[in-house]
Every structure is written in structure tokens, then in C-alpha cells.
Design a protein around this ligand. Structure first.
Ligand SMILES: Nc1ncnc2c1ncn2[C@@H]1O[C@H](COP(=O)(O)OP(=O)(O)OP(=O)(O)O)[C@@H](O)[C@H]1O
Ligand SMILES: [Mg+2]
Length: 228
């Protein structure tokens, strides 16, 4: 069933050099991620969680080892091809939402379609549908400063979704939210995973969030272990 595998990661290591000092963020990680998985990633600060997401999203290259997404060996791709893979297949969600303050909610979602060369009307239609799927169509013309934190995160989810990505990579997406809003955001992600089968990798410090995932990974000092 190899076509069920979305990511195949073999012996992947990543180190950074900082003023003559080498910091190893990931050590010999070997892992398969199946399509439709909802995986939580927990572990102490500095353990390598965000670094792993950056590898999965093709934002950083490994120092050694292999990581493939579908048929693409990410460690071998040039910058232009990597950008293309990211634009088509990967939706990112961050703790601080990362919306552009001078753009409306609708325009913030449309941004994700720009690299795909989608025409204006079609892009508007898809962005509105994405906002609708996070129950925010009535806020399409609001700017981020006119939205609550939970609403901003829903716009960010719409921006990640609008391209129909293979995977959503979320780095502490509920870290700034109160418990009720946190649960709404996680419910939304759980439903997306169940209904659309979209693969989700979610970094969290919150065990209540982690237990909503189907699989749980732990990363400490660059070493990944599976917890069930
Ligand atoms: N660009 C970089 N340059 C140098 N060192 C880096 C860089 N990015 C990460 N590191 C180092 O790699 C290690 C892992 O960092 P990472 O950001 O992946 O941790 P994390 O598990 O996400 O932590 P947190 O829970 O605090 O977000 C840390 O020691 C960090 O200092
Ligand atoms: Mg981090």
C-alpha cells in the first residue's frame, strides 16, 4: 500500500551552525506519514518540533537523509520546484495567524491562490467558499484588526484550505486562544480531517489538543518517538 504514504522520511538530520557552534535540531528521524493521518507533535521547547514542520513544508533542507512528499524528493528539489510544491500541496497555520494587516479576510485567503495563477473571479469564488467553510463569510471584508483571535485563525485556516492542499502543517495554532476558542479551532481541524481526509500535522504544548489526534509523536532533543 505504498500509495497510501504521503511522506516518507529516512534518516533525516538537520543541524544549524551558529557562531561556530553546531546545533542539531533533528537526529536520524525515520518515519512514514499516511494520507489522512491526524498527527500531534509534542515535546519540550527547543526539541525540534518547528524544525520538523519546516522540513515537511519544504521551507528548510535536511543536512542529511531523505524526505519525500508524494513522488517528490524534497531534499533534491531546487528552490523553484520547492516553491511550487509548497504552493500546491502544503497549507501552513501558525500561532500568531500571520495575516497581512492591510488586506481584508477575503484578500488574505486569495493570496494563497496567487502562485497558482488562478484568475480573479475564480479566486474570489474559491476564497469565499473557504471562508464559508470556516463560518466566516460574513466577515469577508473585515481587516485582521477587526477580527478576534479565533476569527483570525479561522481566516488563516481558510487560507491554508483554499488551495486544496495535501497536508496542513499547524505550529501551535491554538497557543494564543482561550479554551473555548481552542476547542472550536480543533473541532474545525478534526472535521476537515474526517470529511475531506486531509492530512494534518499539529504541533502543540497542550495535551487536550494532542489527544484529539489519531497518532501522537514526541520530539525531544531532535529524536522522534511514537506514542499511542
Ligand atoms: N534557523 C536556526 N538557526 C539556528 N538554530 C536553530 C534555527 N532554527 C532552530 N534552531 C535550533 O534548533 C533547535 C530546535 O528548534 P525548534 O524551533 O525546532 O524547537 P521547537 O521544538 O519548535 O521549540 P518551541 O516549543 O520552543 O517552539 C533549537 O535548539 C533551536 O535553537
Ligand atoms: Mg516551535
Amino acid at each position: 500500500m505504498t500509495n497510501n504514504i504521503l511522506y516518507s522520511i529516512k534518516d533525516l538530520s538537520k543541524s544549524f551552525s551558529q557562531s561556530n557552534k553546531k546545533v542539531t535540531a533533528l537526529r536520524n528521524v525515520t518515519l512514514d506519514i499516511n494520507r489522512g493521518d491526524f498527527i500531534s507533535i509534542q515535546g519540550p521547547t527547543g526539541g525540534g518540533k518547528s524544525t520538523l514542520l519546516q522540513m515537511l513544508g519544504g521551507l528548510e533542507k535536511p543536512t542529511s537523509g531523505m524526505i519525500s512528499l508524494d513522488q517528490d524528493d524534497l531534499e533534491k528539489l531546487g528552490e523553484a520546484k520547492l516553491t511550487n510544491v509548497r504552493a500546491k500541496k502544503v497549507g501552513f497555520i501558525f500561532q500568531n495567524y500571520n495575516l497581512i494587516p492591510t488586506l481584508t479576510a477575503l484578500e488574505n485567503v486569495q493570496i494563497a491562490l496567487v502562485p497558482l495563477g488562478i484568475k480573479k473571479l475564480e479566486s474570489e469564488r474559491r476564497a469565499l467558499a473557504a471562508l464559508e467553510s470556516v463560518a466566516l463569510s460574513d466577515r469577508a471584508n473585515h481587516f485582521p484588526s477587526e477580527l478576534s483571535g479565533g476569527q483570525q485563525q479561522r481566516v488563516a485556516i481558510a487560507r491554508a484550505l483554499v488551495k486544496n492542499p495535501e497536508v496542513i502543517l499547524a505550529d501551535e495554532p491554538t497557543g494564543n486562544l482561550d479554551e473555548e476558542t481552542r476547542d472550536q479551532i480543533i473541532d474545525l481541524l478534526v472535521n476537515l480531517n474526517k470529511e475531506s481526509g486531509i492530512t494534518i500535522m499539529l504541533v502543540t504544548h497542550d495535551s487536550n489538543v494532542a489527544k484529539r489526534a489519531n497518532k501522537n509523536l514526541h520530539i525531544s532533543n531532535g529524536v522522534v518517538t511514537t506514542r499511542s
